[in-house]
Design a protein around this ligand. Structure first.
Ligand code: 3PG
Length: 364
């Protein structure tokens, strides 16, 4: 049997062997292979506008081949007839990886044609990409019309763990939102506002609120187009913005020491914590202290049920992990989510298209 397996290899860092999303992907591939099946992996990476070599999935081939102990066959050209023949002629447990699906316009348009083409490559479909569940895309929604479909173990675990916090959060619930995908996150802040006791902001979302609150943010990353929409909540007391920050070249690149202390004080009181998005440009050590302070404050709080998620957040934890061992923790109160926007939308109570598509098929 051949499985079409939707995974999330939307990983930025070059050294991704220990990345949460990568490790999750490998465990699911292995589980399918173990049962003697062939696997055709689907994923996207980044937000390319057409073909973009820097966002190719090719770099995953050698690393996947090594950890799976079998040569992974890369299929870069979306020639579905050729791919179908190759898969049919391959031995059991073979693994194939298709190029970044977002190179095709049909992926984000939820194209039925693309979904049908993809479906010709396999007998069954498994979605184990929770992080893309909030997108109406061909490889997570339309595809379920063309193949018997099921939810993978990672996606199921996400739904189970996030549901506990969504349905029954203990208060105070502190939500920390930073990172770069500013437009996506501002909608979520609005949706989470009734549930949360505090929303602490960093990164692009913080800059947008600071601008709306009348501060000069210079050339900092923000979403000016959304300021009008945010007007009703711009001065909301639950939304905490930085009180000091670090800048370079006219841009805010991290929260400052007073904000670190303020955020840590609020996090210490939390009974539930949700964190998505670093506080600054953590890849540079001098702008990583804000993100580090959040990680440290979360670890210090031994009672809060905590969910940490998002591509960049997980990457930042990987960098901080050498010092804080967050990913290795045996803390049963902590759940690391592979989802970023999907995690926030889910927690805010929104229906996620990919999950709804699986539910329609009684696959979840
Ligand atoms: C993510 O990183 O959250 C997922 O891979 C989805 O990516 P997107 O926000 O570009 O749709």
């Amino acid at each position: 049997m051949t499985y079409l397996l939707r995974l999330n290899l939307d990983i930025k860092e070059k050294n991704f062997k220990d990345n949460l999303r990568f490790k999750a992907a490998v465990s699911t591939i292995k589980a399918i292979q173990k049962r003697g099946h062939k696997v055709v992996i689907l994923s996207h990476r980044g937000r390319p506008k057409g073909k973009d070599g820097t966002l190719s999935l090719r770099p995953f081939v050698p690393v996947l081949s090594r950890v799976l102990n079998r040569k992974v066959v890369f299929m870069p050209d979306f020639n579905f007839d050729k791919a179908k023949q190759k898969i049919a002629a391959s031995p059991p447990r073979s693994v194939f990886l298709l190029e970044n699906l977002r190179f095709l316009p049909g992926e984000n348009r939820n194209s039925q044609t693309l979904a049908r083409q993809l479906s010709t490559l396999a007998d069954r479909y498994i979605n184990d990409d929770f992080a893309t569940a909030h997108r109406e895309a061909a490889s997570v929604v339309a595809i379920t019309k063309f193949l018997p479909s099921q939810a993978g173990p990672i996606l199921k675990a996400e739904v189970k763990n996030l549901s506990r916090v969504k349905n029954n959060p203990r208060h105070p619930l502190v939500v920390i939102i930073g990172g770069a995908k500013t437009e996506d996150k501002l909608g979520v802040i609005k949706n989470l506002l009734p549930k949360a006791d505090w929303i602490l902001l960093g990164g692009g979302p913080a800059n947008t609120f600071l601008a709306g609150r009348g501060f000069n943010i210079g050339k900092s990353l923000h979403a000016p187009a959304l300021l009008r929409e945010l007007k009703p909540i711009i001065n909301h007391k639950k939304i905490v913005t930085p009180i000091d920050w670090l800048t370079e070249g006219g841009k805010i690149l991290d929260i400052g020491p007073e904000t670190r202390a303020l955020y840590a004080e609020i996090i210490a009181q939390a009974k539930t914590i949700v964190w998505n998005g670093p506080m600054g440009l953590f890849e540079q050590k001098k702008f990583s202290h804000g993100t580090e302070a959040i990680a440290r404050a979360i670890l210090k709080n031994k009672v809060a049920r905590t969910i940490i998620g998002g591509g960049e957040t997980i990457t930042s934890l990987g960098i901080l992990n050498t010092r804080y061992k967050i990913q290795d923790t045996k803390n049963r109160n902590l759940f690391l989510s592979t989802g970023g926007g999907a995690m926030l939308d889910f927690l805010a109570g929104k229906k996620l298209p990919a999950i709804e598509a699986l539910r329609k098929k009684h696959a979840l």
